[in-house]
Write a protein that binds this ligand. Structure first.
Ligand code: NAD
Length: 503
């Protein structure tokens, strides 16, 4: 039996329970259907088969979840930090124990290749361990003495929070948001993406098995326009951490206005990778390929715009075409697969529409530009050359394995093109000239920049974007800044003079 067949067999074992019961909500520790009884089907992008039914929640379900999170908040907030820490570590252990199940379900639900998803499950555990270690210091503050007062600061959890996640790497992103919220002492209502609900359910179960009190973590499935919208409007929810498209981020900002929601928005990108002629071209080539074709190109930090110096363009593009044509598209559970299917029909239609848009705009389809097979949403990794930065393929987030290559002559021109975009999530710069790297990164408009490296996530560093790529930062203490409130308390040191009115 091939490894693929063995993996499919094991996947079927993991899926059986979902097929029996469907995916229901988890509110106040109870597994419950949507109050209306309405469900929707989730399908696999591999063969378009139905995986199971999922609760389609409406305002009533979100209200119940938000009330449960509100009721659970005081006890969770006041639980001794070391006890909360123990629970977070047990969640990490639970994830590790079920890493294969999580990875296999994620692959089947999202179309992501196993080679990347097995690591995503373990990174999820790492997120819990990292924030578990920060629990005891999260509330620490400062002592800021003035002549008359001893001023102390402390941080307190903001309250129940909403977490809304997308479908591209749903497990990892959910842990990334929920782990710091719990560590801070907040309670959570999580609304996962409708296209990929499987692993959010597994994660919430693991948390409860780890001893998380009822109501601290509530899972509400459903669509953005009803369940998601209500979560952003509910008065008991004090903050919303959102990952998704820029236009949804803007909708959420409006929806949250009446209740003055604190928002953290992690949105789209059209990230440049700039390759100068003096760079280590072999390493640059590996990184360029990895950062757009891994995770099916369904990656907010992907380097979807290659800006390449014209003196090396021909050679670099020739090598790129050869490698791109070698990339293995296939079943996500086949360990050899490098690219799986795109998430869903509507996303497949969007990505493939750019094959024509590129040609209409006068670019060349130098590799790919075709779909693969009759079932599922497979495309060949695609490279557009002969492009310029004003084309739609250079400006719009395609969110698939599609790279647009654009030549530049000078450093000034490269910088101008790199910044000429609505987005500003990441940037990648390849050069052997240190002074140029310092100069260039100083002016590059992006929340995160890597020099002579692909994106390597280090949890203590700030993650987030500028411009249409978002507002706010994750990671290290920045996560606590979002989930907590600063509180100042001033203690009089003596009998300082108090202004006397009406005396
Ligand atoms: P999306 O915005 O369509 O959906 C994201 C989530 O928001 C889903 O759970 C959806 O149900 C919900 N939603 C939709 N409308 C809503 C509304 N009106 N109110 C409340 N919730 C609503 O995004 P997607 O297509 O699932 O994900 C892909 C996008 O996510 C890409 O643009 C990608 O760049 C971005 N992304 C960003 C990051 C980052 O860290 N910056 C990471 C991953 C993905």
């Amino acid at each position: 039996m091939s490894t693929l067949n063995t993996n499919i067999d094991r996947l079927n074992g993991y899926l059986a329970r979902f097929q029996d019961t469907g995916i229901q909500n988890l509110i106040n520790g109870q597994t419950v259907p949507a109050a209306s009884g309405v469900t929707f089907d989730t399908t696999s992008p591999v063969d378009e088969s139905v995986i199971c039914s999922v609760a389609r929640s409406s305002a009533a379900d979100v209200d119940a979840a938000a009330e449960a999170a509100k009721a659970a908040f005081p006890a969770w907030r006041d639980m001794p930090a070391l006890e909360r820490k123990k629970i977070l570590i047990k969640i990490a252990e639970g994830i590790e124990a079920r890493a294969e199940e999580i990875a296999f379900c994620e692959c089947w639900d999202t179309g992501q290749a196993l080679r990347f998803m097995s690591k995503a499950a373990l990174r999820g555990a790492e997120n819990f361990r990292f924030f578990a270690d920060q629990v005891t210091a999260a509330r620490d503050g400062k002592n800021l003495q003035s002549p008359t007062l001893m001023n102390v600061t402390t941080r307190v959890p903001i309250g129940p929070v909403g977490v809304i996640t997308p479908w591209n790497t749903p497990f990892m992103l959910s842990t990334w948001k929920i782990a710091p919220a719990l560590a801070a002492g907040c309670t959570v209502v999580h609304k996962p993406a409708e296209f990929s609900p499987l692993t959010a359910r597994i994660l919430a179960e693991i948390a409860h098995e780890a001893g998380l009190p009822d109501g601290v973590w509530n899972l509400v499935n459903g669509f953005g326009e009803d369940a998601g919208k209500r979560l952003t409007e509910h008065p008991a929810i004090k903050a919303v951490a959102f990952v998704g498209e820029s236009r949804t981020g803007s909708l959420i900002t409006k929806q949250g206005a009446d209740t003055l929601k604190r928002l953290h928005l992690e949105l789209g990108g059209k990230n440049p990778v700039v390759v100068f002629e003096d760079a280590d071209l072999e390493r640059a080539l590996d990184a360029v390929i990895f950062m757009i074709y891994s995770i099916n190109g369904e990656r907010c930090t992907s380097s979807s715009r290659l800006l390449v110096q014209d003196s090396i363009r021909e050679e670099f593009e020739a090598k790129l075409i050869e490698r791109v044509n070698n990339i293995r598209v296939g079943h996500p559970l086949d360990p050899a697969t490098e690219i799986g299917p795109l998430i869903a029909q509507e996303h497949f239609d969007k990505v493939t529409s750019y094959f024509d848009i590129a040609k209409e705009d006068g670019a060349t389809v130098a590799a790919g530009g075709v779909t693969v097979g009759d079932a599922g949403f497979f495309v060949r990794p695609t490279l557009f050359t002969g492009a310029h930065n004003k084309m739609r393929i250079a400006q719009e987030e395609i969110f698939g394995p599609v790279l647009t290559s654009i030549p530049f002559a000078t450093e000034e021109e490269a910088l101008e093109m790199a910044n000429d975009t609505d987005y500003g999530l990441t940037g990648y710069v390849w050069t052997a000239d240190l002074t140029r790297a310092l100069r260039f990164t100083n002016h590059l408009e992006a929340g995160m920049i890597w020099v002579n490296s692909e994106n390597v996530r280090h949890l203590p560093t700030p993650f987030g974007g500028v411009k249409a790529s978002g507002i706010g930062r994750d990671g290290g203490d920045w996560s606590f800044d979002f989930y907590m409130e600063q509180k100042h308390i001033g203690f009089a040191l003596g009998q300082h003079k108090i202004p006397r009115l009406g005396a």
